[in-house]
Design a protein around this ligand. Structure first.
Ligand SMILES: C[S@@+](CC[C@H](N)C(=O)[O-])C[C@H]1O[C@@H](n2cnc3c(N)ncnc32)[C@H](O)[C@@H]1O
Ligand SMILES: [Zn+2]
Length: 275
């Protein structure tokens, strides 16, 4: 896997040595004892990403299967073109690594790179799947990956950086983007004061992608979930609203019906690079 990664300082390929990855110019990046490699450069440190508490909440919610239909749709979109070839997939902003793992399970010859800017995410991703490696990096500083080496890139509720994704995909590669629609978790927004989805999000994504990518498919994955109070607390705690309403949320949560029907609604868009 190291052979696919590029030095974040000089862009040369990296090679694995004992407990580090090194480039030909002598830049060296330690493999943490938790199993991930840190390719963060000094300039990246302002981005911290999700907290350990957000990741715990997300892992608990995902393990109940509430987002399994989304994971299956993302996996189908990215592994369809790969078939049984031994290709590599990358998830940007991988978080718990749930979506990458589901895709790797669906294509047994593939391997994966889980990239996230948050240390607690990189730690989790290092043990998320036997065929996945975890990289700590800031996607906005460029992807630490060599040109044209990946068959698929996933971004699920996560940053995108289309120019960098176009650079690292091979000619037949696919970029799968999953983003919430305005109906996603709509029943919780008012009662819990959650952050709303920008109604213009889909148009903004399409615009940012259009020069570099051609859309080949899009599906809305929408279904009702039956959530108990613990699951509602997890879904709030794992998202952008976790940074706000931390204290205020409990009494409002207790006032909700249990179980509560909540809509999951996500647009899964598949793109191929324009050549
Ligand atoms: C809403 S979470 C989604 C995580 C995962 N895809 C999921 O749905 O379970 C967004 C993730 O992107 C990561 N992230 C945010 N900014 C990033 C950046 N600049 N580079 C890499 N990862 C980033 C966060 O740390 C977080 O894990
Ligand atoms: Zn270097």
């Amino acid at each position: 896997m190291a052979g696919l990664l590029a030095c974040p300082e000089c862009r040369l390929g990296l090679e694995a040595t004992d407990r580090a990855l090194r480039c030909g110019r002598g830049h060296s990046f330690d493999i943490a004892k938790q199993g991930y490699v840190s390719l963060l450069t000094g300039a990246s440190t302002k981005m911290t990403g999700d907290t350990a508490a957000m990741l715990d909440a997300r892992a608990a919610f995902q393990s109940e299967g509430h987002f399994a239909p989304i994971a299956d749709a993302v996996a189908a979109a990215v592994v369809g073109p790969v078939g049984d070839r031994a290709e590599t997939l990358l998830e940007v902003g991988a978080g718990t690594g749930y979506y990458l793992s589901t895709a790797l399970d669906a294509a047994p010859q593939t391997r994966g790179i889980a990239l996230d800017v948050a240390k607690p995410a990189a730690r989790r991703c290092a043990r998320t799947h036997p065929r996945a490696a975890a990289v700590l990096a800031d996607a906005w500083r460029g992807l630490p990956v060599r040109d044209g080496v990946l068959a698929g890139v996933l971004s699920v509720f996560a940053p995108r950086n289309p120019a960098e994704v176009a650079r690292v995909l091979d000619a037949g590669g696919r970029f799968v983007v999953a983003a919430p629609t305005a109906r996603h978790l709509a029943e919780l927004i008012d009662p819990l004061g959650m952050v709303t989805v920008d109604p213009d999000k889909d148009r903004r994504i399409t615009e940012a992608m259009s020069g570099l990518f051609e859309q080949v498919d899009r599906v809305v994955v929408e279904y009702p979930m039956k959530l108990d109070r613990a699951a509602v607390a997890q879904v709030v705690g794992m998202g952008p609203s976790a940074h706000h309403a931390e204290q205020a949320r409990d009494p409002r949560l207790a006032a909700l019906p249990e179980p509560m029907e909540v809509t999951a609604s996500v647009m899964v868009s598949t793109y191929r690079p324009r050549r």
